[in-house]
Write a protein that binds this ligand. Sequence first.
Ligand code: NI
Ligand code: MN
Length: 225
Amino acid sequence: MKLRYFSHSAFQFTSASGKIILIDPFITGNPTSPVKEKELNAHYIVLTHAHGDHIGDAFSIAKRCGSTFICVNELANYCASKGFKAHNMHIGGGYNFEFGRLKFTIAHHGSSTPDNIYGGEPAGVILSIDGKNIYHTGDTGLFYDMKLIGEMHSIDYMLLPIGDNFTMGIDDAVKAVELTNPKIAIPMHYNTFPVINADPYEFKKKVESIGKRCRVMEFGEVIDL
Ligand code: NI
Ligand code: MN
């Protein structure tokens, strides 16, 4: 499986079977994105919540590619109301897709669409693809149940926000890594806008100081998981 990071919370997974899954594809209007919306393709688009910096370019990509949305019920219904294919799920539920398993977790945040429609509860997501478990926390504050998530799922890669203001900042994110105990932590949701400026290498240093591993991905970088 390949993982590509586009900055903010936007990632692309490509499974060994060639299925492309995008999460929170915020590209247009994202000053840190290294790609244009037209360069992206997706079989599936996962949205952690309805905020504009997470829905991003999802509709234009889905229109061009015929992608299927995977979201919590209210947000999936919103996507379906725009004419898109959607798979409705909710927090605590998992489902075996053709690319692997996907399960939604809690996240402490908000979720209304840019046109102010309630988007259901915000969520995190655990993807199990090609034998690896990846936990994308979505936008969230720190919560103690991350310990339970780590105990239940043996997380290989944890993608988590460090930008503060709207989400966890660096110190809370380090605690989140301690609680979840992933093999490798990857920071996200920072430096997109001045209000969420944070130094990912300060985060890395602090994660390593508690005996854990961190990988800072460059914006646009692809890694093999
Ligand atoms: Ni948000
Ligand atoms: Mn956000």
